[in-house]
Design a protein around this ligand. Structure first.
Ligand code: TA6
Length: 295
């Protein structure tokens, strides 16, 4: 656990044998850097990001809980992403699939937040790096209500991928899916039959998406793979130029070099009875793009 010089925030740094590394802020439980062995920054962080409460850090992987978007009474995307988490000294046994290069954080309900969301929970987050530098996030959320009450929640790993040029990016795996279009008051629409490309603002939640999504950054000759478990939906967002100008913690031209794609649980909220625990995993990896063999 070190204090980040630039932001004054405490962070955990995880370095894997081959040089891949990940940095996680206790603020928001937020992965902020993910570097491969070539020291490339694979996640986008806005140069205008605010690192002070109550603003969530614009970039990396935001943990949106217990609400996604404005679907509910809480602030946009809930409060987990702008609260202080702590190191989990007593992590429960995680599924064998997480590598032994990991860090564990925990986030619990606070007395003040109980007023806005009257439920007790334990949210344990494991951030793990595989031997090949894949980044795996496992969230385990347990209902610890003493009053026997179940609770419902929404969730998303809002992951800001760094891309070379958004107009050269294609996303495969979302073809023909139904999605909720946030630009049309959440209206349910159906995606076309081939890969998703970007020419204007996009703000969609794809429903019941397959376990693997592929994001091809043609210019950087890089392909991201996103695998998910326990999370049926996928969020896709790029503000494009006009919307970007209205976002204070977002540089005007930055929409060109980012794409927010994340495994989520949006359409139907998750219900947990007391003592029950939900688990949601997202694993992202970088594979050399097939195009690189052609060029
Ligand atoms: O995940 C997509 C989205 O809900 C978009 O509608 C956009 O608002 C984005 O999240 C960013 O939200 P934020 O509260 O972080 O500015």
């Amino acid at each position: 656990l070190v204090k980040d010089g630039a932001t004054g925030l405490e962070k955990l740094v995880l370095r894997e044998a081959h040089g891949c590394s990940v940095e996680v802020y206790l603020y928001g439980g937020q992965v902020i850097f993910w570097e491969n062995e070539y020291r490339e920054q694979l996640l986008f962080v806005s140069r205008k990001a605010s690192f002070k409460p109550p603003k969530a850090i614009r970039g990396g992987i935001q943990i949106c809980f217990p609400q996604f978007g404005n679907h509910g009474v809480l602030e946009q995307h809930g409060f987990a992403r702008n609260r202080l988490w702590s190191v989990d000294e007593t992590p429960p046994p995680f599924p064998a699939t997480t590598s032994n290069c990991h860090i564990d954080l925990i986030f619990k309900q606070s007395p003040e937040d109980l007023k806005i969301w009257p439920h007790s929970f334990e949210f344990r987050l494991r951030v793990a790096l595989s031997p090949t530098g894949d980044l795996m996030l496992t969230s385990r959320i347990k209902n610890t209500n003493a009053d026997g009450k179940p609770f419902k929640f929404g969730f998303s790993y809002n992951t800001y991928f760094s891309v070379s040029d958004i107009s050269e990016v294609r996303v495969e795996g979302l073809e023909t899916l139904d999605y909720l279009d946030n630009l049309q008051r959440g209206e349910r629409c159906t995606e076309q039959g081939d890969a998703v490309v970007f020419e204007t603002e996009a703000d969609k939640v794809y429903l019941s998406a397959p376990p693997k999504i592929v994001i091809i950054d043609h210019d950087k000759k890089r392909t991201f793979e996103l695998r998910k478990e326990g999370l049926p939906d996928v969020v896709v967002w790029n503000p494009w130029d006009r919307k970007a100008k209205t976002i204070l913690d977002f540089g005007e031209e930055e929409y060109k070099c980012m794409l927010c794609v994340g495994a989520a649980y949006v359409e139907k909220p998750i219900t947990l009875r007391p003592g029950e625990e939900w688990q949601g995993r997202q694993e992202i990896s970088v594979v050399p793009s097939t195009f690189s063999f052609l060029l």
